[in-house]
Write a protein that binds this ligand. Structure first.
Ligand code: PMP
Length: 355
């Protein structure tokens, strides 16, 4: 640490990106829930064309992209704002909308706690139930704290019905409710339409997963126009040109090529079910998944050991050492059929060797 870092950051533990190796290494990366398929040809073509105009700043309002997405989602343009990945939208939320504190599940996307710490926001975590599910009534304590969770949740992959989310919203009229739908295209369900019913709901989504644009960094928030206006104020105060012009163009291409996304999602879901069956045969417990990953633990071999043995064989999955009740689980991203077959062969070897 240098002498110059502000003291309030001296103990900060940042998001763990240590597993994110360069794409050029020879690892099979099943650790960050990326899409194994390339971006749509249209997204690539539009980004290439946009690259010829990189001498100019990109449109700070993302007007064309916003219009396209609004049409696609059946909302108004003033109900959408884009972020440099949905992580940036989350940062805007923690920057500007958590004065009364935040509440989120004990097991969910780890970035929420990091952002809360970063912004000095007090937060409370609510344990998932014994089946790793969110119990809506645990959130019925109206206190104006911002409530946030991923749906489907990560790393569990479990899904909460919109009617259950509505119960949480209606019991917390003073709270802003943030639903992080990073994986919603894999569940096929969204609560975006509820933004017209509840002015205290914001839904965050991303182009990183189903649309194969993790490297482009494009996420967005859909909410009531006043919330979006406030988010725009925050955005324009810290990152006015947050979405570069190639990314804006790629986003438009991806929306225009929805069939491509649907086809890839279908393939990933089929592969996921194949992998689930094979894992069960190998003695794994596998949680239901509504996403492009599986959360799983073996009956006899520790999560840490499976993670290390696969890594030795150049296959990277995600292990969580904390909290204790998930320390035997691993989260495995669904890659191509060939990648998954290779992973399963290696698992057979690891499990056979450990018997
Ligand atoms: N929310 C959840 C639940 C995630 O798993 C991720 C991906 N790590 C994100 C948000 C952030 O995605 P991005 O910033 O790539 O849009």
């Amino acid at each position: 640490m240098s002498r110059f870092l502000s003291s309030r950051f001296s103990a900060m533990i940042p998001y763990n990106t240590s597993g994110d190796k360069s794409p050029s290494d020879d690892l099979i990366r099943l650790n960050t829930n990326e899409n194994p398929f390339e971006p749509s040809p249209k997204a690539i073509e539009y980004a290439h064309t946009a690259s010829l105009g990189l001498n100019f700043y990109g449109d700070p309002e993302c007007e064309l992209l916003t219009r396209k997405l609004a049409e696609f989602l059946n909302v108004q343009s003033n109900e959408i704002i884009f972020g440099n990945g949905s992580d940036e939208i989350l940062n805007f939320i923690f920057t500007g909308f958590c004065e009364n504190g935040a509440i989120f599940p004990d097991i969910t996307y780890s970035f929420y706690a990091i952002l809360a710490e970063f912004h000095g926001i007090s937060f409370k975590t609510i344990p998932l139930d014994e089946n790793f599910r969110i119990e809506p009534s645990d959130y019925f304590a109206p206190n104006a704290r911002t409530i946030i969770f991923a749906n489907p949740n990560a790393p569990t992959g479990l899904f909460l019905e919109s009617s259950e989310i509505e119960r949480i919203i209606s019991h917390n009229p003073e709270s802003l409710i943030i639903i992080d739908e990073a994986y919603a295209d894999f569940s096929g369900k969204t609560c975006v339409e509820l933004i017209h019913k509840y002015e205290n709901l914001a839904v965050i989504r991303t182009f990183s997963k189903s649309r194969s644009l993790a490297g482009a960094r494009l996420g967005f928030c859909v909410a009531n126009e006043n919330l979006i206006q406030d988010l725009r104020t925050i955005k324009n105060s810290i990152a006015p040109y947050n979405i570069n012009s190639m990314t804006q163009a790629a986003g438009i291409g991806a929306i225009e090529d929805e069939d491509y996304t649907r086809e890839n999602v279908r393939t990933i879901l089929q592969t996921r079910e194949f992998v689930r069956e094979e894992l069960v045969k190998l003695g794994f417990e596998v949680l239901d998944s509504n996403t492009n990953f599986l959360f799983t633990k073996h009956a006899r071999i520790s999560g840490q050991k499976i993670y290390e043995e696969l890594l030795r064989r150049k296959i990277l999955i995600r292990h969580f050492s904390k909290p204790a009740r998930i320390s035997d689980f691993n989260r495995i991203t669904i890659g191509t059929r060939e990648q998954m077959q290779l992973m399963l062969e290696n698992l057979r070897e690891i499990i056979g060797g450990a018997c």
